[in-house]
Design a protein around this ligand. Sequence first.
Ligand SMILES: Nc1ncnc2c1ncn2[C@@H]1O[C@H](COP(=O)(O)OP(=O)(O)OP(=O)(O)O)[C@@H](O)[C@H]1O
Ligand SMILES: [Mg+2]
Length: 589
Amino acid sequence: MESLSYLNKYLVKYKWRLILGSIFITASNYFGVEMPFIVRDSINLFAEKVLSLKGKALSELDKTEVLESAIYLALFYVAFSLLRGFFVFLNRQTIIIMSRLIEYDLKNEIYSHYQKLTPAFYKKNNTGDLMNRISEDVSKVRMYLGPAIMYSINLFVLSILVIYYMVSVNLELTLYALTPLPFMTIMIYYISRLMNKRSEEVQNQQSVISTFVQESFSGIRVVKAYNMQKSLSASFMNEANEYKSRSMKLATINALFFPVIVLLIGVSTVLTIYIGGIKVDEGVITNGDIALFVIYVNMLTWPFASIGWVTSMVQRAAASQKRINEFLEQEPDIYSKEDAVPMKGGDIVFDDVSFVYPDSGIKALQNISFVLPEGKTLGIIGETGSGKTTIANMIARLYDVDNGQIKIGDSPIENINLNELRAAIGYVPQDAFLFSDSISNNIKFGLSDIGENSNELMEQAAKDAHIYDNIVEFDKGFETVVGERGITLSGGQKQRVSIARAIIKQPDVLVFDDCLSAVDTETEDIILRNLKRIMKGKTSVIISHRISSLEHADLIIVMNEGKIIEQGSHDELMNQNGYYTSLNEKQKG
Ligand SMILES: Nc1ncnc2c1ncn2[C@@H]1O[C@H](COP(=O)(O)OP(=O)(O)OP(=O)(O)O)[C@@H](O)[C@H]1O
Ligand SMILES: [Mg+2]
């Protein structure tokens, strides 16, 4: 329950809607509880004027009186119904809309918080979990903000009015009529809880099925290549059977909901009529009063049933909000300090840097020291898993060092304004990731603002990344959509689009993580020549398994198991006759 107090700030923000909604609820209920009085008066009129005749004819005078009263009562009834409906409409317009507005705010809050969190957080929590909290958990919270709050206010106002009116007619009859209602509330509470539990089980199975289907279709090529269709179909059938049996269990408990309500209302109605009848005989109440009570009890049915329903809804919302809060309370461990200095550029210096990945405990870097002078190129080569990407991650400050220090210019990297640092770096990651969007939007993603000349910039970047000719050959050119719903680019084409995305913003520092691995040596040559021109006077880092990609670098470091084993220029390394030399011999034959 405590977790829900997080939402109070939003309730305060939308307090006027809440207050207005409560006023509308009161108004609709006022007209609602007045209506049964009209019914009572009609019945009493009929009983008095018509039933008492016992077969004798009605006098002309009484006839017109009865007719007039009947019309008068009917008009009132219609008018009250309309007014009641009107206020119900207004109340839903305010409170349900308030819940939608808060849902919107909350989703935005969670999403922008997600954006601040670091890769370490994303390693620890899986994507499905992140998605669930922003979608399903938020919807459950919305059920608390909308329906739960609305029904609670409604119950409160209605029961006060109805019970007040009932007691003013007859206290004893009121007690008899209301006794079954608390039992109904308790039973509905347990039924709702069971319903929720079972519907969660259904949902869980649903997501098992979705994941299963999604995996088998995104991996369809592997499935077909290994001829696994039959066995996958069998597995699917198993999962679908489980889904079926869980759904049937849910259906059984759902089927109980309304019968329980009808049963207890029936009990209440029978009691009212029986006890009421005795009281009419005693002359304590009128015939019409019985009708009044029966209608009132029916009016209270849903509100009382909703206590049970709302309670379990609130419990679920509280659990969901707790999950949401867990993530909202996570502070990003990498952020700009308040007195951060601007990014000025300069030499990139690693001074005895060591780093252990927090989640895996793998010692990825040990005592790394080098100086990359401003405007020069650093090449990093080494076996797979030797820590090359980790160095690139450190330069972009995706992680903070454990020991030692990284400096850019004179400032330790932690002191530099994070946004400026990231803006100054063009990072082409090892796994070229493209969004399911047009090529144009994928390349322009690198621009902080899309100006008038963005198309020229994009075309130039595509030319420099040597992908322009490929793109214009597509029917829709730069507007070609890639990814899930579009065309599939080859590995090398993807890499080149992601290079274009990095160079379009003309960054001060460029980091290429093994991003020419999937292109042939000829294309590699062309791209490297273009890069040389673009990167003139700018700092760059080229990570590769191929010596041809980085032999022209000013400084090359050779990595092995997180340590630098050799460093120097190509010629210096060749003279050392070590790992680099033997690698060169292997690669150049
Ligand atoms: N996000 C991560 N969380 C935990 N451990 C990681 C993470 N990324 C890399 N590692 C581990 O750190 C070590 C260094 O990885 P790194 O990615 O820097 O290697 P690499 O030299 O880039 O390899 P490759 O040539 O295959 O790209 C590896 O043992 C790897 O398993
Ligand atoms: Mg790597």
